[in-house]
Design a protein. Structure first.
Lengths: 394, 336
């Protein structure tokens, strides 16, 4: 595909492009770094260069997060954003999250040992999904009795959000799923049964103190719940998928204690769970010579920024040893992902547990893998990733 | 390559220069009530002189009580955190101390005005299915509300409360109302607490919270050596050094892994100095709110100016946000 034809074909809502956007990123950066296009008939702009994206994300006054009226920290601007974020930021800090390691390791072992016996399993449904739900549940201080139901409701809620952004009526299932997810979140608070000291207890206290409205509280809990398991499931699946292509890295994870975090960081960079995020401009703003008018929806292609030569040499290659600049998988600026250290810890711990049990991991030739279909943030990962493993002997 | 790294530098210089400087709350408060809870134990209710709402605090927090004619001492808040108008503390009269508790017992009256600073928290309640609370004497104060909270949450818990004699142990009737979960063990009736029985078998699902005199804490720490890391939480009542003023002086920065000594001038952040020296660090918001640049501190005390860390992390001096925070000491050592 030539650069020209790539530009001509690029669509934000094309499922097959969403599942493999990378061939488009280079041409976009080189030839149309500030692209005017539309999504579902609604005009919008697309940025693909590292420098433009990071600069914009450092300017929340111009690039506002209020892309929906939802009372969520994700869609808040300063000062609300900081007020809301501070309610939980200490819990998600790097050293605070490190204390979760024994629990995560224990969960990995409990999930992996039976799977390793069986030898073939779905990384998403059998490992990453249950693991990430149990970890976020622990942090919140709640019990999740039905992991599958929660994951189903989450998918429905995501579909519901997508439909509201694109301006079409959501399916009855999506509406029901979204409502049930919010009910579940509200129930966490009203049941009064969450763990003392957990995040739900903290938010419940703030709610009863009047520091948080009931709407803000439910949105916060839904956000933490959903972001806490979907994005990390994608990260884990993307990491294992990478290992199926790079068996030497699996061995290295086992033998080199410093390799794990580099490997995870490179998976994050080359296979971000969100390929894009968005903002809305509050004024006319010039980006790389093009003026974007006030009130425009702007998409930032994080996956493209991470492959920009500005991030380092051979940016399109997977190389954990290569020195790189900061990737923008977790965003940039004040909204940088609250869960970034939890994500890194979960992935590192899970891969370590896998590498110490498994000599080889391959895609299961009998069952095809299935990529995610995209969504608002162009989620990048797998619906199903069936693998076949050879256990480590001795 | 030079062009590429330049692109990244340019982005870095766009970061904002807002620094978030944290100062502690300090105010005059009135003694609204002074009630004996046991022999030698007085419970004070403190309210802001204008009846304003006091800062929020979480279980385990303590405040400085600043008295006119005696050294400043720390006391655990033992009231209900939801009561934002009143701070309640329990003070044990120590005849051999430096005068603060004697002043509270012998001189302080309802209506008097004193000063408080805080709250701080090195002893937060964290989530667990099961708790063992160990109190020695006045060390019961931070645990009273913790017991109420975990009981209400349905957790499994036990409190063992030791003291010299029953008459000097405060809050007995409200604690004994919980029933068999609470064991009151005055020394003149039951001897010293049987820590071997209580702590001899480490449990993976139980957090141990202990507050009391130094010999008890030392003994509990020794018995908990075999328990999982992080299971034991202790609160010590040792005097805290006077709060130093927040300064912005230049200081020496030592990077342990890279083997470098750098100077951080008064007008530059640790982050910018470290990046300029070619050391790879993560960073993002540049204003101390996102948590990306958190690093481990190996030596020296950080001057925290971020909005991420909670009180215990700040007090531990084990980590910091390098994009905004600085150093209280002339030399700071980081794990970079």
């Amino acid at each position: 595909m030539t650069a020209e034809s790539a530009l001509g074909q690029f669509r934000l809502d094309d499922t097959s492009i969403q599942q493999d956007p990378y061939p488009f990123y280079g041409p976009l950066r080189d030839q149309a770094p500030v692209l005017q296009t539309d999504l579902g008939g609604r005009p919008c702009w697309v940025l693909s260069r590292y420098e433009d994206i990071t600069k914009a994300l450092m300017d929340p006054a111009t690039f506002s997060s209020r892309t929906t009226p939802a009372p969520s920290v994700l869609h808040a601007d300063p000062p609300d954003q900081q007020r809301l974020r501070k309610m939980v930021s200490a819990t998600f800090g790097r050293s605070a999250i490190a204390t979760m390691e024994p629990f995560i390791a224990e969960r990995c072992v409990a999930l992996l040992d039976p799977l390793v016996q069986v030898r073939s399993f779905d990384v998403v449904d059998d490992f990453a999904g249950p693991l990430t739900v149990s970890v976020i549940a622990r942090l919140l201080g709640i019990a999740v009795d039905d992991v599958e139901r929660l994951r189903r409701l989450t998918k429905m809620a995501q579909e519901y959000v997508r439909s509201t952004r694109l301006g079409y009526e959501a399916s009855p299932e999506a509406q029901a799923g979204n409502a049930q997810l919010f009910e579940f979140a509200a129930g966490m608070v009203t049941s009064g049964q969450s763990q003392a000291g957990g995040v739900v207890a903290r938010l419940a206290q703030l709610l009863s103190d009047g520091e948080l409205t009931p709407d803000e509280c439910s949105h916060y809990l839904v956000l933490l719940l959903v972001a806490g398991h979907t994005t990390t499931t994608n990260l884990l699946a993307n990491a294992v998928s990478t290992l199926t292509e790079r068996p030497a890295d699996l061995a290295r994870l086992r033998t080199d204690p410093r390799f794990g975090s580099k490997f995870v960081e490179e998976v994050l960079r080359t296979r971000p769970s969100f390929q894009r995020i968005l903002r809305v401009t509050t004024r006319d703003v010039e980006v790389s010579g093009t003026t974007i008018p006030a009130g425009s929806t702007v998409y930032f292609l994080l996956g493209s920024a991470n492959r920009d030569p500005a991030v380092g040499q051979a940016a399109d290659e997977f190389d954990p040893e290569q020195r790189r600049g900061m990737n923008v998988t977790f965003g940039h600026g004040i909204h940088t992902c609250l869960g970034q250290w939890l994500a890194r810890l979960e992935a590192g711990t899970a891969l370590q547990a896998l590498a110490s049990r498994v000599a080889q991991v391959e895609l299961d030739s009998q069952k095809p893998s299935e990529r995610l279909a995209g969504g608002t943030f162009n989620e990048y990962g797998f619906e199903h990733l069936p693998v076949y493993i050879a256990p480590l002997r001795g | 390559m030079a062009e590429q790294t330049q692109a990244v530098r340019t982005v870095d210089q766009v970061s904002t220069t807002v620094t978030v400087v944290a100062r502690e709350f300090e105010a005059d408060v009135r003694v609204a009530a002074k009630v004996p809870a046991a022999d030698g134990v007085a419970v004070l209710d403190l309210r802001a002189v204008g009846d304003e709402t006091l800062p929020r605090w979480e279980l385990g927090a303590h405040i400085d009580l600043i008295l006119p004619a005696a050294p400043t001492r720390q006391y655990s808040l033992c009231g209900d955190p939801r009561d934002r108008q009143t701070w309640r503390i329990g003070v044990l009269r120590d005849p051999a101390g430096r005068g603060s508790s004697r002043y509270v017992h012998d001189s302080l009256q309802v209506g008097d005005v004193v000063r408080v600073r805080g709250p701080r928290n090195n002893f937060p309640l964290t989530a667990s299915p099961s708790y063992l609370f160990l109190a020695g004497g006045i060390g019961i104060t931070p645990l009273i509300q913790m017991v109420a909270e975990v009981d209400a949450a349905g957790a499994d818990w036990r409190l063992v409360y030791g003291g010299r004699q029953r008459a000097s142990m405060g809050f007995l009737s409200e604690l004994e109302a919980y029933g068999p979960r609470v064991s009151v063990r005055p020394q003149d009736e039951s001897g010293l607490l049987d820590l071997d029985e209580l702590l001899g078998t480490p449990r993976r699902d139980t957090l141990v919270y202990c507050c009391g005199p130094e010999p008890l804490l030392a003994a509990v720490e020794a018995r908990c050596a075999a328990w999982p890391a992080g299971a034991l939480h202790v609160e010590r009542f040792s005097p805290k050094p006077a709060t130093e003023p927040v300064t912005s002086d230049a200081f020496e920065l030592v990077l342990e892994q890279s083997g470098m000594q750098l100077l951080v001038p008064a007008d530059r952040s640790i982050l910018s100095v470290v990046e300029e020296a070619g050391v790879d660090v993560f960073s993002s918001c540049g204003e101390g709110t996102c948590g990306t640049c958190e690093v481990r501190v190996l030596g020296g005390r950080p001057d925290h100016r971020d909005s991420v860390l909670g009180e215990p992390e700040r007090a531990s001096n084990e980590c910091m946000m390098i994009c905004v925070s600085r150093s209280r000491d002339p030399r700071l050592v980081l794990d970079l």
